[in-house]
Design a protein around this ligand. Sequence first.
Ligand code: SF4
Ligand code: SF4
Length: 308
Amino acid sequence: MNSDRIKQMSYKHGFLACGIAKAENLDFESHQLKNWLDMGYHGEMAYLEKHFEKRTNPTKLVEGAKSILCLAFNYFPEPRNKTDFKIARYAYGDDYHTVIKEKLFALMADIQNVIPNFAGRAFVDSAPVMERQWAERAGLGWIGKNSLIIRKGVGSYFFLAEIISNLELQADTPETDHCGTCTACIDACPTQAIVQSQVIDSRLCISYQTIEKKEPSTLSVEDSQRWIYGCDICQEVCPWNRFAEANKEPKFAPRDIVDWSSEEWRIASKDLSLIQKQIKRSAMERAGVKKIASQSNAQLDSTLPQQG
Ligand code: SF4
Ligand code: SF4
């Protein structure tokens, strides 16, 4: 059967899971998105207001769309020594957009060889696609209270990607919720950004403040818990992430900046080209050198010995 063959092919390309959903309008989810936007929880991310119809209906985004192949790719790194300058794990290595896109293109070429009438478009966090909602529908996992997809036996440290295809494929059963009575992520969030189950007020979220917000973060060093790019707290405390295993993708090997000491950050604060070299073609380019430097400088200042 085509669905099973495609799934088997995806594992050969290193994906840890592949599920299928029928391409159709996201009725319930579009209401949720509208409410979230109406609350202003997206902050300065105005691009999320655009293409509402395409975002909530894949047949408007890709002509002839019949199925959505949802894929997961592990990015969990090997454990590292703790540093005071914390970077979200997904950004340790090369930019996932590029790395995963290459894998999607290779997978699509393989599918085309076996199923010549296959056509599709590949997406990795780069177009109006409601990735987590599709992943839940495709059975990859459930949307946890921290708003991320959690997968039994794996956790949540993986990228999501989609191939929107013209093939009628056997859809998977959506995953059910397994958060139960746990509230560890809500309790641990230092800025109370998880305003209710599965709802994040981005404006309060360290990840938004340190990446998406154009101006410098308004959070204190204490509130941002020494994260200078992104934040993994609501994943670190999730009991399902005790199953996380290190990824084997060489392109996700951590760059030196991940382990820089205070002294190295201090040197880089006087020569920003050192940061530039480290973040080139990594996901950290999204925040840019100046923003990263301003966050690391705030931390350096907070650790200066008190005068007098
Ligand atoms: S990423 Fe950090 S700040 Fe944002 S919701 Fe999770 S714990 Fe809170
Ligand atoms: S920490 Fe608990 S409530 Fe939050 S996503 Fe994980 S299981 Fe769900």
